[in-house]
Ligand binder design. Structure first.
Ligand SMILES: [Zn+2]
Ligand SMILES: [Zn+2]
Length: 270
């Protein structure tokens, strides 16, 4: 276990929980919801659907904006995130999966984050060759605390320190727990269902889909990782996918052809 990462997580959770002993105001709650959406969409669209899987195309400025929003969490860097996630897809639920549920539910939830052995900090040089020369991402690899610091300074300037836990740290932690939940609950769980016979134990879990802006439709995603849309049909709400469709309408994005080639279902639901 890495004690520094463990200590940062404890402080981070303490800052988020401080929101419950401080006053709440409607404008702070709305701003906090905005921060959750910003970091969530940045992660699911920028880090995941764009950088990791190349499932849609968009202008470079928009890609950078999404990835910068995702980095507000301070978790790892774009290059490390993408390398970890590509390793996860290549070895899902097997040896080599950074957050394999075979080491236990809590290991796949949070244990792997504090386990230095779960990840290789240099893996991006092998698994992110397409991104490893990008000067902005290399800059973010070193200076990811700058977007976080700028948001913190903005909130303090507008509302003062007492707003920081509710507007910033609570939503950031709620989003990070959404990601941990995808890794743990949507793999090797008795919850949810499988629509596709993917070569792993991924599952679709509706409430994770809602919370994680579409990421909980995880069996759909593992079966067709190049598809930019994670929900299937109107009942599988994929907020990230809806925003992506809006970007397409605004001519700011084009979807990978895999989006049109996905059958609604292949395996009987269990
Ligand atoms: Zn997965
Ligand atoms: Zn993925």
């Amino acid at each position: 276990m890495n004690p520094v990462v463990g200590l940062i997580l404890v402080i981070y959770h303490g800052l988020a929980l401080a929101a419950f002993v401080l006053p709440w105001r409607l404008d702070w709650v709305l701003a906090g919801f905005g921060v959750f959406m910003l970091v969530g969409l940045g992660t699911t669209l920028g880090l995941h659907r764009k950088l990791t899987h190349r499932s849609f195309e968009c202008p470079r400025w928009l890609e950078y904006a999404l990835v910068t929003a995702a980095m507000l969490t301070l978790q790892t860097s774009p290059l490390e995130w993408v390398a970890n996630h590509r390793l996860h897809h290549g070895n899902a639920d097997q040896e080599g999966d950074p957050h394999t549920p075979h080491k236990g539910f809590w290991y796949s939830y949070l244990g792997w984050v504090v386990d230095d052995l779960s990840t290789d900090r240099e893996a991006y040089k092998t698994y992110c060759r397409d991104l490893a020369q990008d000067r902005y991402y290399l800059w973010l690899l070193r200076y990811r605390w700058i977007p976080h610091g700028l948001l913190l300074a903005l909130i303090v300037a507008v509302w003062g320190w007492r707003a920081v836990p509710l507007v910033m740290y609570l939503p950031l932690k709620l989003w990070m727990h959404a990601q941990y939940t995808v890794n743990a609950v949507c793999h090797a769980s008795r919850l949810g269902f499988r629509s596709y016979d993917s070569p792993d134990e991924s599952r679709n879990v509706w409430w994770v889909g809602l919370w994680a802006l579409g990421e909980g439709w995880h069996n759909n995603h593992h079966a067709y990782p190049r598809s930019p849309l994670l929900g299937r049909g109107p009942w599988q709400l994929d907020v990230g996918g809806l925003v992506l469709r809006l970007l397409v309408k605004l001519r700011l994005a084009t979807l990978h052809p895999a989006a049109a080639a996905v059958p609604a279902r292949e395996a009987p639901e269990d």
